[in-house]
Design a protein around this ligand. Structure first.
Ligand SMILES: Cc1ncc(COP(=O)(O)O)c(C=O)c1O
Ligand SMILES: N[C@@H](CCOP(=O)(O)O)C(=O)O
Length: 534
């Protein structure tokens, strides 16, 4: 699998100087580094990544252990070095010479005109290092316990929050999620052989929100040390943002406040902020109602807004795109399909891919597909109108409850991203998304209903011939299936009104009797027997 080669290929042929340098690019550059001599592909030779190669005399010596009284933060402090990377807030899509900008140490979520903000990096400073340099730097950090680079987000720190002190970072070593080759699902249901599922839900709190939340809560930690007026951090949520916020805040000892639409999130999601000690408000409205309230409240009280309206979140989430490229050894997939609700994530993927292109790590970006539930499809309707007429909708109940959103805050970001990459928007009915989820599960996955929405979009685009059989396609799985077990139980029990539940797998009731157990097993085995060879 591509992801495992990533783990093994990185460091074995680097010298110790390279190793130290690539962990921290601002220390003295090693010979042959891009700073001194242009880099050749022989500097890191993936073909020499076998265990045998790792034990030759040329392999780097084992790292000496930290002193017993030193922790990984202390160790990181010793390696700190100055650099000139920086980032600031600018109005979204305002270009590089925007007269309006804000320090990341300011508490600001909207531009003067009320529009969205974006974190803009100093691409000139980042561009002093070539694409090969960044590829090697990022590869060298994967899967380590070095603070903070062991995180899939912070392994790209220079592109995320370059100026934050490592000491202020709040991380659960999130990211580095599995890129799963969906061999059987691709072959059996779609006639594809290069289908991949990026399991962003196999994560600390079970969704991709961890990627953005580590960045946001780290910056809050920093702001509190600067004595900025931040007493707590708050969000509206359909269940995943609240889980991530409460976990990262609890880890840093920062109060968190979550606004949840009453009876509209799963039990597993509800218990997460409760267990993490958040102040949980269950409000008799939907997500859009909660979102409106938290925006009003955070403008009155010293509560920092943690939804993806806050562009810090995007900086962390974009690293999943960079990770996908990394896991394919920097080959660009043809398609990436992302389920969309509040629409921050589709832009985050675009931004991650685009930065990789702009900084020379890859030469193109994939086409993006945003997949919505038909019961909550404002972006789909806008796309179908030829981007002429955006209207928020009243989101109806959907099994994909985390994307039951009718008035997405990042609509402008999403439209921009999709236009830039010749993107597509698709939708999935309740029956389609549940069937897709059940089919995927029957091939060994255990996905969430939102991933079922994305798989439905893929199925439709395969059937219409837009996505070809050989196209390398990545479906982003956004949350862990274990958060949504009730919907799976109802489906397999055929307990969903007006749904055939075609792929239900009902348990067989049988008496505790040897003969009866033998009978049902014999019948089962007869049906499953492989065809006789001729
Ligand atoms: C599991 C899951 N999938 C997809 C999404 C959609 O992400 P976004 O709101 O960034 O569009 C969300 C949250 O909205 C989510 O929680
Ligand atoms: N699915 C989200 C909805 C809010 O999205 P956000 O990315 O703007 O925080 C959730 O889990 O709350």
């Amino acid at each position: 699998m591509a992801s495992s080669s990533l783990f093994h290929s990185s460091l074995s042929s680097l010298t110790p100087e390279h190793t130290a340098f690539y962990q921290n690019p601002t220390s003295k550059p090693p010979p042959n580094s891009p700073l001194t001599v242009s880099c050749t592909s022989s500097t890191v030779d993936p073909s020499s990544s076998s265990p045998a190669a790792a034990t030759t005399n040329n392999s780097p010596p084992l790292k000496s252990r930290r002193a017993f009284d030193e922790n990984i933060r202390d160790e990181a402090r010793r390696h700190r070095a100055p650099h000139n990377f920086s980032a600031k807030y600018v109005p979204f899509n305002s270009g590089f010479d925007s007269p309006e900008s804000y320090s990341l140490d300011e508490i600001v979520y909207r531009s003067r005109s009320g529009g969205l903000l974006d974190v803009q990096h100093d691409l000139d400073a980042l561009g002093k290092f070539d694409g090969a340099y960044w590829r090697r730097l990022f590869d060298s950090r994967v899967g380590k316990t070095t603070w903070p680079y062991g995180s899939g987000v912070w392994s790209k720190k220079e592109w995320v929050l370059p100026e934050i002190d490592d000491d202020d970072i709040v991380s659960a070593f999130e990211g580095n999620s599995n890129l799963f080759w969906a061999e059987r699902f691709g072959k059996q249901f779609l006639g594809m052989n290069d289908l991949w599922v990026k399991h962003c839900g196999i994560s600390h709190t079970g969704s991709f929100k961890d990627l953005g939340m580590t960045v946001l809560v780290s910056q809050v930690n920093h702001l509190r040390k600067l004595k900025r007026p931040v007493v707590g951090v708050g969000c509206a949520s359909t269940g995943d943002t609240s889980a991530a916020l409460s976990a990262y805040c609890a880890s840093a000892g920062i109060p968190s406040i979550v606004f949840l639409p009453a009876n509209k999130i799963s039990m597993a999601q509800l218990v997460q902020p409760i267990a993490n000690g958040a102040f949980v408000l269950s409000i008799d409205t939907d997500f859009d109602g909660c979102m409106k309230l938290i925006r009003e409240i955070t403008s009155e009280l010293p509560i920092y807004l943690a939804n993806s309206l806050n562009s810090l979140r995007i900086e962390g989430q974009k690293t999943a795109a960079i990770e996908i490229l990394q896991q394919f050894d920097w080959e660009v997939p043809d398609w990436v399909i992302v389920p969309g609700g509040n629409l921050g994530n589709i832009y985050a993927f675009y931004k991650g891919f685009k930065m990789c292109q702009e900084l020379g790590l890859v030469d193109r970006i994939p086409r993006l597909v945003c997949a919505q539930a038909a019961n909550a499809n404002p972006l789909y309707l806008y796309y179908k109108s030829g981007w002429k007429d955006f209207k928020p909708v009243k989101a109806n109940t959907t099994f994909a409850s985390a994307i039951q959103i009718g008035d997405p805050v990042s609509i402008d970001r999403a439209v921009y991203a999709l236009k830039q990459c010749d993107g597509i928007v698709e939708e999935a009915s309740e029956e389609e998304l549940m069937d897709a989820m059940a089919q995927a599960d029957s091939t060994g996955m255990f996905i969430c209903p939102h991933t079922g929405v994305a798989l439905t979009a893929l199925d439709k685009l395969r059937k219409s011939g837009v996505i070809g059989a050989g196209d390398r396609t990545v479906v982003v799985s956004t949350a862990h299936g274990l958060k949504f077990t009730q919907s799976k139980i109802d489906y397999h029990a055929k307990a969903i009104p007006d749904m055939a539940c075609r792929f239900a797998n009902l348990p067989t009731q049988v008496k505790a009797d040897f003969g009866e157990v033998m009978d049902v097993l014999k019948e089962f085995l007869l049906n499953k027997a492989p065809p006789k060879s001729k």
